[in-house]
Write a protein that binds this ligand. Structure first.
Ligand code: PLP
Length: 391
């Protein structure tokens, strides 16, 4: 591939930009994963990951992307035929449902408009109607990466508590961890899945599940087949994870990325994401004049601080914007997923990111709208600058 001059502005919602010091940490020579010097780094990195998850619970790690963590979580917690209540958010809640069905589970969906995610009264009603407690778990995607919509997990915990339903609460924090507030223990999450390549600013390559004591009890009864992902076998290993070779280089990276996140301070990391996310939203709102592109998320209370999905005006192709941004300006945007293909593009604003990087991306998007004769109101970048200069 011919190199384009300058750095590519990478505005995908995962993988994300990898800080130079993390890249250098990952470029580590091979070590025996049982070498005491590595074990020390590994233990510190996993302890750091737990601080990111805000949990004291067990965390099991796998050499797999997020899909592997989904699968590990389902196969360790459930038995054939058991029922899950999936709260619809979009492409990723559908993907998790499809996986559960293939594992022989029954999936009941609380349906939703993808532009805002489930309504809570519908969730409460589904749990109240389940008098026999057939539903074994409520599953939700905290931050739906395909739509830029966030579900407030503490409210879902509240619904489970108010209805007195004993189901486990499962959450996907793949695109929220390290960029938005997430509190496994405080919010009573029984199993949380995450991955390396988003807010943790690492290469793709490992994923994990944090499991509460209640989750571990369910694991002891669960009969779905599993081997590579078996938590009980993992518990017996020194690393309490990984049924095979441990991807050592990623742990030098995790050790460094946790150090960076804690040096900045998690609260400041979240505030930075909120500020940059709002800058992107202000730009999109400005472009939406003259029947231009709109923010896909319609609920201001549920906008994501890690990704914004942008809905194109009728008859205009989101892929053309992505192609122009990449070919002319070397800016990589995310595409529309599943049924949103061609109508939506996504601006990732999570990870190792600052104001000029966001403004550069927004400028490339605004230029791409012009180049492709997409109706819009000019001034998106100005609106973002105004916000960033004042906030
Ligand atoms: N869940 C969410 C919310 C995601 O954003 C993704 C990937 O982007 C996944 C699950 C699947 O993870 P992976 O692509 O790492 O397998």
């Amino acid at each position: 591939m011919k190199r384009k001059p300058g750095r590519q502005f990478f505005a995908n919602p995962g993988p994300t930009n990898i800080p130079d010091s993390v890249l250098l940490a990952v470029a580590h020579y091979s070590v025996d994963f049982n070498d005491p010097a590595f074990i020390e780094i590994y233990d510190q990195a996993v302890a750091g990951l737990k601080r990111m998850l805000r949990t004291e619970a067990d965390v099991f790690l796998y050499t797999a992307s997020g899909h592997g963590a989904w699968e590990a979580t389902l196969s360790n917690l459930f038995s054939p035929g058991e029922r899950l209540l999936m709260l619809e958010t979009g492409y990723f809640s559908e993907g998790w449902s499809a996986m559960a069905r293939k594992h022989g589970l029954t999936v009941q969906t609380v349906g939703a408009d993808w532009r805002r995610g489930v309504d809570f009264p519908a969730v409460a009603a589904a749990l109240r109607e389940d008098r026999e407690h057939a539903v074994k778990a409520v599953c939700c995607v905290h931050n739906e990466t395909a739509t830029g919509v966030v579900l407030p997990l503490e409210e879902i915990r509240g619904i489970l508590d108010d209805t007195g339903h004993p189901a486990l609460l499962l959450a996907d924090t793949i695109s929220s961890l390290g960029s938005m507030d997430f509190r496994m223990d405080e919010w009573g999450i029984d199993a949380v899945v995450g991955g390396s390549q988003k807010g943790l600013m690492l290469p793709t390559g490992f994923s994990f599940t944090g499991v509460s004591a209640k989750g571990l009890q369910a694991n002891a009864q669960a009969r779905l087949p599993r081997h590579y992902f078996d938590w009980q076998q993992m518990t017996e290993r020194r690393h309490r994870s990984f049924m095979g070779t441990v991807p050592t280089t990623l742990f030098y990276g995790l050790h460094e990325s946790v150090r960076l996140l804690e040096e900045e301070g998690l609260d400041r990391v979240f505030a930075r994401h909120a500020r940059l996310g709002e800058a992107v939203r202000r730009a999109v709102r400005a472009w939406s004049g003259n029947d231009g592109p709109q923010l896909f998320c319609t609920d201001p209370g549920r906008v994501s601080n890690s990704v914004s999905a942008v809905l194109m005006p009728e008859g205009h192709d989101a892929e053309a914007i992505r192609r122009t941004a990449l070919d002319r300006y070397n800016v990589s945007l995310g595409g529309g997923l599943g049924r949103l293909g061609g109508t939506v593009f996504r601006i990732g604003h999570l990870g190792d990111l600052n104001e000029p990087m966001v403004l550069g991306t927004l400028a490339a998007v605004e230029m791409s709208l012009r180049v492709n004769n997409v109706p819009h109101a000019a001034g998106g970048v100005d609106a973002a600058m105004e916000w960033l200069a004042a906030a």
